[in-house]
Design a protein around this ligand. Sequence first.
Ligand code: NAP
Length: 351
Amino acid sequence: MANVPRRIAIITGTSGNLGINIAYRLLKEVPKRFRLTIIVTSRTLVKANKTIHQIKDYNEKKNLRSDGYLDFDYLLLDFSDMVSVLSAVHSLEENYEKIDYLFLNASQNTHDHFNYVEATKEMLTDPVRASTNPGYKIEKRGVKSKDGLGLVFQVNVFAPYYLIEKIKGSLLAKSDDARIIWISSILGRPENFSFNDMQLLKTGMAYGGSKRLVDLLHLATYKELKDKYGIRQYLTHPGIFVSYTYTRFLNVFMYYGMLALFLLARWLGSPWLNIDGWKAANAPIYVSVKADKEDDQSLKYGSACTKGGEEYLKTTTVDSTGKDDVLQYLETLKKEWDEKFRDQITDSRKL
Ligand SMILES: NC(=O)c1ccc[n+]([C@@H]2O[C@H](COP(=O)([O-])OP(=O)(O)OC[C@H]3O[C@@H](n4cnc5c(N)ncnc54)[C@H](OP(=O)(O)O)[C@@H]3O)[C@@H](O)[C@H]2O)c1
C-alpha cells in the first residue's frame, strides 16, 4: 500500500446530516486510485464510532471502495473549547503528514423557541421566506462559551479559523491539492451582522451573523492561502435541508409540516430547497473534488435544485464590505489565544 496515492479528508461535525452526506459523496467522487482516509470529528466518542459505522455500511451497501482504499480515523473536537482545538491540532500533526480536504461543517446555534404566531403568519403569507429566512426561530442572546467568547462566534467562526491557522503550514500546505471548504448559509446576509458586535453577543441573529462573518473571512483570506501556501479555499452553502439539530425540537406533525412547507417553497420557485442532505452536499463536493483553477474563489457556491428536485450548482456574489476589519479582529484574537496557551505551558512547568 506504500505507493498508493492518498487523499485525507477532515469533516468537522461529520455526524450531522450534511457532514455524513459529504462523507458518502466523497466515497463516490474521490478517484478510486486514491486511498481515501476520512477523519470523522465529533464531540463524543459514541457519535464518532456510530458515524464511522454508518459510512462503512454505506460503502459496503453501495460497493464503492475496496479494501485498502478506504480507512477512518476520528478526532474528538469541540469548537467551544479552545484547548480541544489545540489538542486536535497536536493529534493531527502527530499522526499525519498532510491533509487534503478540510470541510468546516460543524456549527452551533442558540435556538430558544419557535414563535408559533409569527410562524403561522409567515407560512401563510410568504412560504418562501418562512423556509429560507424565518423570523420565527428565536435564538437566545448573549450566550458565552466556557472560554468566555461568544458561543456561536467561537464554534462557527473563530475556532475553525484557529484550526486553519495552526495546520495551514504544517499539514495543508503539504498536500499537492489542498482545499478548505467553508460551509456558510444563505442566512449570511449583511443585515444579520453588526461590526459593533463581532462576537455576536447582543444580536438575536447570532447564527446568521456567524455565517456573514464566515463569508467575509473567506474573502479576506483565500488569496493569501493560495499564493503563499498553495491551498485553495472555497465558500459554499448547502441551501436548505433537514437538519438533525432542528428536528430534535419538532413533533411528528411539525416535522411533516416543515417538509410540506419546503416542498411548497420549492414549487414556488426558490432554488435552495434541497431538503435532502445528499443534494445539500453538492456544492461542497463540487469545490473539493471537481473545481479547477478556473473556478472563481470569490464566489459563494450554493447547492440548488429545480422544482422537480434535480440538483445543480448556483453561484452568488458576496458583498465584501468590512472583510479586512473582520480579519484584523480574528488575527488579534488568535494572537491573544496563542499567548494564553504559551502561559499555560509555562505555568504547568512551575514547581
Ligand atoms: N440545515 C440547513 O438547512 C442549513 C442551511 C444552511 C447552512 N447550514 C449549515 O450546514 C452545516 C451542517 O448543517 P447540519 O444541519 O447538518 O449540522 P448540525 O446538525 O447543525 O451540526 C453538525 C454537527 O456539528 C457538530 N457540532 C455542534 N457543535 C459543535 C462544537 N461545539 N464543536 C464541534 N462540533 C460541533 C455536531 O456533531 P457532534 O454532536 O457529533 O459533536 C453536529 O452533528 C452547518 O454549518 C450549518 O450551519 C445548514
